[in-house]
Design a protein around this ligand. Structure first.
Ligand code: ADP
Length: 400
């Protein structure tokens, strides 16, 4: 066991350097600690001539090592020369599906079916070069993507394997790429329209006043669309940064009354009847007034926008235990089941052309969701295609 520990120390050092070079600082730190732990017990095998006296490592060192390995989200496994897992932390057990460890355990490859790992282990032993690879843990799109580093074998053939779940990182990268592509597309469309109008006006200086006025009016609409989009993007970015929306308790009843009253003219213009059912007594929410305005306004405005002429919309505010629930019930259009979850995603629209025509950016509901969740609440929709929807936001009532 002594030489195994020393060799594992060497392996940990090598892996520490490897982890540091591929940007895994926490793993590098853990490996350095493991290496220190192993070397401290067996410095004789590493130095020649041996140092005269060896200080026994302080008892906290073992506890520190255990603590670091347990807290480490990455998986760490130490294999002996026969590929038996001498020890493995919880991360490694879960990523590999490893059950048995210790000197009597079956070899790693008898327990884990992962050909890429087997190849990397074989290559590390053959070439004495550390191996790094990234692969799906199981077949198919749902497979967990895992980055693996296999150390150079120690003197007695022991090897350390470090594993990191990359799925979340890849998912975030893919979301970021989609977001950038969406923003670019949303900016490009009005810009292309404006460019078209401007070029036509430049090419035709004799253009009749009526046509020129029409072009200018359309350009104005596109500029407004760009401005709304940029405002929504800035709001989302502020919410992503976790900008504090909490504030001194604000009365949601008065905000709801005010916002819905302001939207009456819009509803009338669209031929939609808008009713309001809000208690007269105050309902206090620890939030900035503007944040509450945005929630009420986006939900009510959407209901009016997407309800056809002669339809009706009702905005209600109710108290349910320690929560306030703002609901907007609309009629007619409704949402298919598969759209109900997705409408809260950024840029998701059921009918793109209709949303654009109505001046939508596809960001309103994601702003509502981020705002409400930032305040400790939740949002949702119940809907039936062809019948209507009820969008709701629940917020914790402030203790006064
Ligand atoms: P938009 O700016 O397009 O309105 P939102 O994020 O507010 O963006 O809404 C996303 C999509 O959800 C809309 O494009 C629309 O398809 C759908 N939607 C939102 N509210 C309703 C509603 N009350 N009824 C039916 N569909 C709705």
């Amino acid at each position: 066991m002594a030489s195994a520990q020393t060799a594992a120390g060497i392996a940990f050092s090598a892996l520490g350097l490897l982890a540091a070079s591929i940007g895994w600082p926490l793993v590098a730190f853990a490996c350095a600690l493991c290496a220190g732990f192993c070397f401290a017990r067996h410095p004789v095998e590493l130095e020649s001539p041996p140092p005269p006296a060896v200080e026994p490592p302080p008892p906290w060192e073992r506890a520190a090592l255990d603590g670091v390995l347990t807290a480490l989200a990455d998986g760490v496994v130490v294999l002996d020369a026969s590929d038996r897992a001498l020890c493995a932390n919880a991360g490694a057990r879960s990523l590999l599906g490893l059950r048995l460890t210790g000197q009597d355990a079956p070899s790693l490859m008898e327990q884990v079916d992962w050909p890429q790992l087997e190849t990397a282990l074989f290559e590390a032993r053959r070439s004495r070069v550390a191996q790094v690879f990234e692969a799906a843990r199981s077949a198919g799109d749902q497979g967990q993507l895992v980055a693996v580093a296999v150390s150079v074998p120690g003197k007695d053939g022991s090897v350390v394997i470090v594993l990191r779940d990359q799925s979340r990182l890849r998912q975030l990268e893919s979301l970021r790429r989609d977001f950038v592509a969406n923003v670019s597309h949303e900016l490009k469309t009005p810009l292309a329209a404006i460019q078209g109008f401007v070029e036509t006006m430049i090419d035709d200086p004799e253009m009749p006043d009526g046509t020129r006025a029409r072009f200018l009016e359309r350009m104005h609409r596109q500029v407004q669309r760009l401005a709304t989009l940029v405002t929504d993007l800035l709001t989302l970015s502020r919410l992503d940064e976790g900008a504090a929306q909490h504030g001194e308790p604000c009365d949601l009843s008065s905000v709801a009354r005010e916002v819905v009253r302001d939207l009456m003219a819009f509803a009338e213009q669209r031929g939609v009847s808008l009713r309001i059912d809000v208690p007269t007594n105050p309902i206090w929410i620890a939030a900035e007034r503007e944040a509450l305005r945005q929630v009420v306004s986006n939900l009510t405005d959407n209901a009016i926008k997407y309800t056809p002429r002669s339809g009706s919309v009702a905005a209600r505010l109710v108290v349910d235990g320690e929560q306030a629930q703002f609901l907007v019930v609309d009629t007619v259009i409704g949402l298919a089941e598969e759209d109900q979850e997705r409408v809260f995603e950024r840029f998701y629209r059921v009918d793109k052309a209709r949303s654009r025509e109505l001046g939508g950016t596809g960001l309103g509901l994601s702003i509502v969701k981020n705002t409400v969740q930032g305040l400790g609440g939740s949002v949702g929709v119940t809907s039936r295609l062809g019948y209507g929807s009820t969008f709701w936001a629940r917020l914790p009532i402030a203790k006064r």
